[in-house]
Design a protein around this ligand. Structure first.
Ligand code: APR
Length: 239
């Protein structure tokens, strides 16, 4: 059975109301990455970092999955092969939209991590610096987010999936951050058909065999309908 590996980025959640990172009014226009998304920033000012993620956790709890999230869940449910979603996003909109095979390579807002013993537990809506770890009782709780300079999660499993992918799709990601930006090259080298669904060409757009341009709620829905045979294919790559 054929296998589809799908990488998603902030763009798939944009139409749900969550701002992306690198848009002109995006998160990195409002906050310095080194202040809120690095271990050094957390050590320097844990209150600032914890409140940044508290605000994002609250926002993520208030928004809903959009048609693109739901289309991927439909694909996972109805496609005869295997569908894996590897997301850079830390919101839970894929799960709320019905996806089950979701790998959060950059962590998740709904998870808390103990910096002392590596224990993970469901994060409270509001975390505070020095929260106690329920397992080792150290005052070492932190957001379970992969910060710049830290190793993304599940990389071995992700590369195993890329080795077996027949189709690799990247949805709503700018291709600026590795290792995720290198997945298309990995999938191509393993013979996968590669497709980018985005408002515009990403930084690695030239490495994709196929592009679908437009908002994810339209392009992803159309793409999934074609894969499920509900629509006649409009482009090569769907035989
Ligand atoms: N439909 C499809 N694509 C969209 C939409 C939309 N409605 N809105 C925006 N996009 C695209 C943009 O064109 C851009 O290519 O989504 C992408 C968002 O890019 P970024 O803001 O860079 O987000 P992302 O690629 O997910 O960032 C990767 O960088 O800062 C780190 O850890 C953070 O996971 C994040 C990583």
């Amino acid at each position: 059975m054929s296998k589809i590996v799908i990488l998603t980025g902030a763009g798939i959640s944009a139409e749900s109301g969550i701002e992306t990172f690198r848009a002109e009014d995006g998160l990195w226009a409002q906050h310095r990455v080194e202040d809120v998304a690095t271990p050094e920033g957390f050590a320097r000012n844990p209150e600032l970092v914890v409140s940044f993620y508290n605000a994002r956790r609250k926002q993520a709890a208030e928004v809903s999955p959009n048609a693109a999230h739901k289309a991927l869940a439909r694909l996972e449910q109805l496609y005869a092969g295997q569908v894996i979603v590897v997301t850079q996003n830390v919101d839970d909109l894929h799960e709320k939209g019905g996806s089950q095979n979701v790998m959060h390579m950059h962590g998740a807002l709904k998870s808390a991590l103990c910096a002392a013993c590596d224990h993970r537990w469901p994060a409270p809506m509001v975390m505070a610096p020095g929260d106690i770890c329920p397992k080792c009782s150290a005052p070492a709780a932190r957001p379970d987010i992969v910060w710049f300079g830290e190793m993304p999660y599940e990389m071995d499993a992700i590369f195993d999936h890329l080795a077996e992918a027949d189709i690799f799709a990247a949805i709503g990601t700018s291709g600026n951050v590795y290792p995720a930006a290198g997945f298309v090259a990995e999938a191509r080298s393993n013979g996968a058909h590669t497709i980018e669904l985005n408002l515009e060409r990403s930084a690695v757009g030239n490495q994709f065999a196929e592009h679908r341009t437009g908002p994810a709620t339209r392009t992803v829905t159309d793409w999934v309908d074609e894969l499920l045979g509900a629509k006649t294919p409009t482009r090569p790559g769907f035989r």
